[in-house]
Design a protein around this ligand. Structure first.
Ligand code: FES
Length: 516
């Protein structure tokens, strides 16, 4: 792919494509077409699902891994792939909300995850372009510099070996920065492909395009079903699928929200000095290097917004390009892509039994953009829990925890926002008609006096869907960068034909026939 540079005149970039996926396409696997019996059924084939599958199969267990779409094509294949314990500003807040001991466990769990990747890549001879880097958080205002100081004090309390510095190697003016050496970056799909190959060699089974419906029948053995009725019987079910495919009255849709963010891979005019960077101030900018076809390029990420609540997507790419141009000068932008992340109420992932009354149904979700370490930490923790082994991180990550601060406040804020989106979407006036849509354009339109979602493809064919989200009835919005219908309430996404790309929705948007 060689997308035009830049998308300057408000042009929508061609369909985004992750460099990671294009440069190391994962293998394909068939859908499940029979009933099966296994020890562990893992639903969701991203970083947690694949790592856990590998760990369990290595111990001789019968494991089946299910993916609703294509493996590794979710957030794992669309990340910036920084491997660090420096998860933005977090440790000061964790100490305030969870206490020093739990904050320290958060650090240790992620540090162990980092070491696991390095050790496993070496042991299994996976060439995943591991490269050790300094990580920097940088502040450009006095206010954010004071936040960095608080974070630095938290590092000191926890024994995290960071340093406050006055400059960073980038051509960016800063007030202060927090440097943490010994962090890393890698090629996430190459690492995942390597683990997956070992999983399959150990007898593991992988099924793509196999969506699991929203039911679990509990018993001595658990039963789940695919959307077309194939039954899977197992000892344990693990949901590693962003929103869990089964809620189990855990009310995950009230405790998680989805955000989208954007990445460009650019060839700079000025040399990139190495290192991984994240701004403390808004708008957030995340940077790292990557070698593409032998040339050093820079990944720039940022422009986060709640799913279904953003501006036209090309504006996000333009903003990243403008920053790249100002900072380094741009020769080319060979790749652009976007990612979706889930965030919990208290910024700590949910990992463990889906509810206290479901001892054999497990969940791992809410990595807040730091899934390269927390996703691995989840797999390591779940492996121990499934084997009945003690693990020091159980309490920290337990999904049934509830921290009044900030839990209650965020619960109210998030669910007020859902109500606002639900009502606002229903009241929105729609005046556009189908014949006003140009090629490769989508919009909510009016057809026969009713609201419909319309996309006219590059051949001129009109695709119409019902815009009422099949999860809980909010009105989906058109995402012109990804050519998808995105729900502003809990982040479900559907392609232009209405097929589910991301849950919690399980059912597609109904299509609408129109011969006008
Ligand atoms: Fe919940 Fe759409 S994702 S209503």
């Amino acid at each position: 792919m060689n997308a035009d540079h830049p998308s300057a005149e408000g042009k929508i970039p061609e369909s985004p494509q992750s460099y990671w996926i294009e440069s190391a396409p994962p293998s394909s696997f068939p859908p499940l077409n029979e009933n099966i019996d296994v020890d562990y059924a893992i639903v969701g084939a991203g970083i947690t699902g694949i790592t856990l599958a590998y760990l369990l199969a290595e111990k001789g267990h019968r494991v089946a891994l299910f993916e609703a779409n294509q493996i590794i094509h979710g957030t794992t294949g669309n990340t910036t792939a920084k491997i660090t314990v420096q998860h933005d500003l977090i440790y000061d807040e964790l100490i305030k909300n969870f206490g020093v001991d739990q904050a320290l466990l958060y650090y240790k769990a992620n540090n162990e995850a980092m070491k696991f990747i390095q050790r496993t890549a070496a042991d299994l001879h996976i060439d995943c372009e591991w490269s050790e880097e300094d990580a920097y958080l940088y502040a450009q205002t006095a206010e954010s510099a004071s936040k960095l100081e608080l974070e630095y004090k938290a590092y000191e309390k926890l024994g995290i070996p960071g340093e406050l510095v006055q400059n960073i190697p980038l051509p960016i003016e800063v007030c202060a920065a927090l440097r943490l050496s010994g962090q890393a970056q890698f090629h996430p799909v190459k690492f995942m492909n390597g683990l997956l190959a070992h999983f399959v060699k150990a007898g593991g089974r992988v099924y793509e395009h196999t969506r699991i419906d929203g039911k679990v029948e509990q018993g001595d053995r658990q039963k789940i079903w695919t959307m077309d009725g194939k039954q899977i019987t197992c000892r344990h079910v693990i949901a590693s699928s962003h929103f869990p495919f089964y809620d189990g009255l855990g009310l995950y849709f009230t405790r998680l929200h989805a955000e989208r963010s954007y990445i460009i891979a650019m060839k700079p005019i000025a040399d990139y000095p190495g290192g991984m960077y994240l701004s403390v101030d808004e708008p957030k900018r995340s940077l790292r290097s990557v070698t593409i076809n032998g040339e050093q390029m820079v990944l720039i990420g940022g422009e986060t917004h709640k799913t279904g609540q953003g501006e036209p997507t090309y504006e996000y790419y333009q903003n990243l390009e403008r920053f790249g141009e100002q900072t380094f000068g741009i020769q080319d932008i060979p790749y652009r892509w976007s990612a979706q992340d889930l965030l919990t109420l208290d910024k700590v992932p949910y990992i463990g039994p889906i509810t206290a009354s479901h001892p054999n149904v497990w969940v791992a979700t809410g990595y807040k953009k730091w899934g390269m370490t927390t996703g691995i930490a989840a797999a390591l923790l779940l492996k121990d829990q499934l084997m009945g082994q003690e693990n020091p991180y159980t309490e920290l990550f337990t999904p049934s925890r509830f921290k009044p601060d900030p839990g209650i406040k965020n619960l109210i804020v998030e669910n007020f926002d859902v109500a606002k989106q639900l009502i606002g979407g229903k009241l929105e006036a729609v005046s556009r008609k189908a014949d006003s849509l140009g090629l490769d354009e989508g919009s909510v339109i009016q057809i026969n006096g009713k609201r419909a979602g319309a996309y006219r493809d590059t051949e001129g064919k009109l695709h119409l869907v019902d815009t009422t989200c099949t999860h809980m009835g909010c009105e989906v919005k058109w995402n012109n960068g990804d050519r998808s219908w995105d729900c502003p309430c809990h982040g479900s996404r559907f392609n232009f034909k209405g097929e589910v790309l991301e849950g919690p929705a399980l059912q597609p948007l109904p299509t609408i026939d129109y011969d006008g």
